[in-house]
Design a protein. Structure first.
Length: 423
């Protein structure tokens, strides 16, 4: 049976079989080597498209690669800093996303050829320990072991960095940067890099900055490590996808909490988004306002609201004053800085209390809003259940920069007769 028919037969009859273990994938007999760890590479097409891949098996004239790169065109693969291969897929060999690729050309500073030389093949297929043993064999006995240990530590560091596909590694020396490796080219603003490394080398301590890439599309976590007073290393991590995933999870959790809390309170307590919160704060006519920064501001706020002439029953008016007092107490106690305002929306008295505290953790929202007497160092406090009891509708927004509580006290059929006594 020909190799072509073997691959076709295997794909149909034995789809579970692993191509990298098949001697017919790239051939080569004893020279075919399965890599102990897949080698991550980028396949660059003639039109500039870049595809990721993993070299699984190798011989001096062919590679077995797992990739989604289209067939039918040659690709360039940069294996190391000074070693570039030109390869082409063999359509008839392999199955699924694993294909055999013939090596068409090998480029290196010493010249080109149509195959990997012996040293290159050993470098790619030999384990790190084996390679280091061979390279250091001729060293004097008294330093051989120390050099081997140091080389192994450096290899381990480089392998960790290489495994981080979102990382870029650079060396800084006398104001200049040189790219050393990493799977991803990040468009990092040079000025931020220079400021980070100048400070790190000047102080002799590692530095860290989280910045936006020059194109404004990526969030990059920069780490600067000084070597001496004029050189060091930079590790740039693309954390955009991590942040977006965290936001996605946060949005999903918030939606679940929003639905549950609304259902359990009959729609009277609403968790709102930043945009919804701003819209609620802008609605209606401003009729009173004040600060929430010190204990005396609580009494001042109560008096301002108490002195408003409101088309509310006295009992409801007193409830609104009590709720404002509780909200201001929370703001002063937990944030030490806040503000409040009262507005008339045409249908209700709306009170907005905003503080600049640490906000509430998403995980604590159900307890903080629904459990009676629940309180933590940065929660809404015990008075929240009282606010929820008296207000017709209560809106809540919280983030790490602060918390906003909005309370509506509806007045059916009321007209805008708001005024401050004596005005």
């Amino acid at each position: 049976m020909s190799v072509v028919s073997k691959c076709q037969h295997c794909a149909k009859k034995h789809p579970e079989k692993i191509c990298r273990e098949c001697p017919d994938l790239i051939g080569g007999g004893s020279l075919m080597q399965v890599l102990p760890q897949a080698l991550r590479v980028n396949l660059l097409s003639p039109d500039g498209e870049n595809y990721t891949g993993e070299v699984l098996v190798i011989n001096p004239i062919a590679l077995g690669i797992r990739t989604s790169a289209p067939l039918g065109v040659p690709y360039e693969i940069k294996i190391m800093e000074n070693l570039t291969l030109k390869v082409a897929a063999v359509r008839s060999k392999g199955k699924g996303d694993i294909r055999a690729y013939d090596i068409l050309n090998v480029s290196r500073p010493a010249g080109t050829s149509d195959r990997l030389n012996n040293d290159e093949f050993k470098l790619l297929t030999g384990g790190s320990g084996e390679l280091i043993q061979e390279l250091t064999e001729s060293l004097p006995e008294n330093i051989k072991d120390a050099v081997r240990r140091q080389l192994m530590e450096e290899i381990e560091r480089s392998e960790i960095i290489k495994a981080m596909q979102v990382a870029q590694v650079m060396k800084y020396e006398r104001g200049r940067f040189r790219h050393l490796g990493g799977e991803k080219e990040l468009d990092v603003p040079v000025r931020e890099l220079e400021d980070l490394m100048r400070n790190a080398t000047r102080t002799g301590t590692p530095g860290r900055e989280v910045i936006i890439s020059a194109d404004g599309k990526r969030v990059v976590d920069l780490h600067g490590i000084p070597f001496d007073y004029q050189s060091g290393g930079v590790l740039a991590l693309d954390i955009t996808d991590v942040i977006e995933k965290e936001r996605e999870i946060h949005r999903l959790q918030l939606n679940i909490y929003r639905d549950v809390i609304s259902a359990m309170t009959g729609g009277r307590l609403q968790l709102v988004t930043d945009l919804q919160c701003k819209e609620l704060q802008d609605q209606g006519e401003l009729i009173g306002q004040g600060r929430a920064e010190a204990a005396e501001d609580i009494g001042v706020g109560r008096e301002i609201l108490r002195n408003l002439t409101l088309p509310l029953p006295k009992k409801q008016h007193r409830a609104a004053v009590l709720c404002l007092s509780e909200a201001l107490t929370n703001a002063v106690k937990h944030a030490q800085k806040g503000r409040w305002c009262a507005r008339w929306t045409g249908k209700s008295l709306r009170m907005v209390i905003t503080d600049e505290g640490p906000g509430m953790k998403l995980s604590s929202l159900p307890k903080a809003t629904l459990m009676k007497h629940y309180s933590t160092g940065n929660s809404l406090g015990c008075g929240f259940t009282l606010m929820l009891y008296y207000a017709d509708t209560l809106y809540l927004y919280s983030n790490p920069s602060g918390t906003t509580v909005i309370m509506d006290f509806s007045v059916e059929g009321a007209v805008n007769t708001w005024q401050i006594n004596g005005s």
